[in-house]
Design a protein around this ligand. Structure first.
Ligand code: NAD
Length: 498
């Protein structure tokens, strides 16, 4: 097994958080077939380490372990599971600097953003630890003579959690904490680009006293592993965060076993600026909403729709603010944008810009000759974006801002909704009538008015249309991992035939 890279060895306070194994049934596990994959730092191209690819029978062994452990985990009282989850929360907090460094190394995002994600990810563990104690059933007024009716909530069973590379820690805790609090064991399949955050979480889960078989991390060839998880009848719930393309595949593969599905898919968010807004204030907000995680964010403001009366001024302010963004290795200080995740992402971004320009968009700013390395993409501002362009139709997942003018509210509603996605939308206006009109008309699961920040544990996070199914967080996030069992309790000693 490869040794720690020099950067990692020097930087981590607790090197045991850096694991190059899968984690199954409480054991650090090699791949039995000898297959492995190098994980690289997107900022430097340096190999950080290797991960094993498990063989199909090893994935099945993880399901066997989860099945055996489920019996005991579900039998614990909710407050006992809460204690374990709070211990996990405390350990995540205590190790947040190491977790942030690991994340920046494997994902590329600036260190302050990684620290923010650790904090955000940990907050779901605390939230769901408590929510587990509130999974109440109901008493139902009975229409049946001499019977008591009601419901109880039960854990759905083993949950498979498949997560993306853009938020390597929080996308796991947002799912896993809810599942564990509900009484379900989990099998996590992180993205191969960012496995080390997941494995560090496993190490901390073990230290927190989460029993073997309850929190497993499997690694391997993504289509192969996912296929096995989807086909496995003992896995009763699948929660996936990732692209709509892969979400569709998983949905199809889960059909034969009729799994409970939660799908957090792509975004393509509109950012609407009303005519009453101060163009500078709105431009600063739009830059913040577009360039977080170098644009590799499902909430990124992908289609910026600005009222024609303030369009030109808005573009000027946007370009000015954008030109101040710093691009570089996320471990350095004062960096706003790290690298993209890999070379293909850079190629895709360049293709999207070329496509827009070839169809009539104007390049206002963005010079790729300034990029500090092969995986970097300098922020780009394009105006004159139209619906036939890839930038309109696809998530760019890159720091490419595209601005389109509009004439009135009806037009902007129609433009904003013209997408297969429906995750989040931003609205900037102080006009209360416009706020309500847009809030009601926008076909998105989340609408944020005059605020870039919109997420957190108490919030039901999720999309409509092809942005997915289900919600994470909030008082409904735990429901994804619970079944409602109805009971009808006839009066003792009486036997009713109808
Ligand atoms: P992705 O769909 O390529 O990969 C997600 C996961 O699926 C990874 O674990 C990957 O290994 C696995 N995978 C990839 N190909 C697979 C296949 N053919 N079969 C089975 N599994 C496969 O997504 P990504 O590139 O890692 O992440 C970016 C996407 O995630 C964007 O579309 C973004 O909008 C979305 N996202 C959504 C949310 C949300 O909450 N809605 C949050 C973050 C990211």
């Amino acid at each position: 097994m490869t040794t720690l890279s020099t950067t990692l060895a020097k930087r981590l306070e607790d090197p045991r958080l850096f694991r190059q194994y899968a984690y199954v049934n409480g054991k650090w596990t090699h791949g039995e077939g000898g297959r492995e994959e190098a994980v690289t730092d997107p900022a430097t191209g340096e190999a950080l380490g290797h991960i094993p690819w498990l063989e199909p029978e090893q994935i099945t062994a993880a399901v066997d372990a989860a099945e055996a452990a489920f019996v005991h985990w579900r039998a614990l009282r909710a407050d006992e599971r809460c204690e374990r989850l709070l211990a996990w929360y405390d350990l995540i907090q205590a190790n947040r600097e190491d977790l942030a460094i690991l994340m920046t190394l494997e994902q590329g995002k600036p260190l302050p953003d990684s620290r923010g994600e650790v904090q955000y990810g940990a907050s779901f563990v605390r939230w769901f630890a408590e929510e587990g104690k509130r999974t109440y059933g109901e008493t139902i007024p009975s229409p049946i003579p001499n019977a008591s009716l009601g419901t109880i909530k039960e854990p759905v069973g083993i949950a498979a959690l498949i997560t993306p590379w853009n938020f390597p820690l929080a996308m796991i805790t947002r799912k896993a904490a809810a599942a564990l609090a509900a009484g379900c064991p989990v099998i996590v399949k992180p993205a191969n680009e960012t496995p080390f955050s997941a494995l560090a979480l496993a190490e901390l889960a073990e230290r927190a006293g989460i029993p073997e078989g309850i929190f497993n991390v499997v690694l391997g060839d993504p289509p192969e592993v996912s296929k096995i998880l989807c086909a496995e009848p003992r896995i009763r719930a699948l929660s996936f965060t990732g692209s709509t393309r892969v979400g569709r595949i998983l949905m199809e593969q889960s059909a034969p076993t009729v799994k409970r599905l939660a799908l957090e898919l792509g975004g393509d968010a509109p950012f609407i600026v009303g005519p009453d807004m101060d163009p500078k204030e709105a431009a600063l907000a739009a830059v913040a909403a577009k360039f977080q995680t170098a644009g590799q964010d499902c909430l990124a403001a992908d289609r910026i729709l600005v009222h024609e009366s303030i369009h030109d001024e808005f573009v000027e302010h946007f370009a000015e603010r954008m030109s101040a963004l710093t691009v570089g290795n996320g471990l350095e200080s004062e960096i706003d944008l790290g690298p993209l995740i890999h070379g293909q992402a850079v190629e895709k971004a360049a293709g999207i810009v070329d496509d827009a320009i070839s169809k009539g968009a104007t390049l206002v700013a963005g010079d790729q000759s300034q990029a500090p390395g092969p995986n970097y993409f300098m922020p780009v501002l394009l105006t004159g974006i139209t619906r036939d362009m890839r930038l309109w139709q696809e998530e760019s997942f890159a720091p490419i801002a595209g601005i389109t003018p509009y004439a009135d509210d009806d037009e902007v509603i129609e433009l904003a909704n013209d997408t297969e996605y429906g995750l989040a939308a931003y609205v900037y206006t102080h006009d209360i009538r416009r706020i309500w009109k847009l809030l009601r008309a926008l076909e998105f699961g989340m609408v944020s008015v005059n605020s870039v920040k919109m997420t957190g544990p108490p919030v039901p996070f999720g999309g409509v249309k092809q942005s997915g199914l289900g919600r994470e967080g909030g008082n409904c996030g735990i429901d994804e991992y619970l079944e409602t069992k109805y009971y009808c309790l006839g009066a003792l000693g009486s036997v009713s035939g109808s």
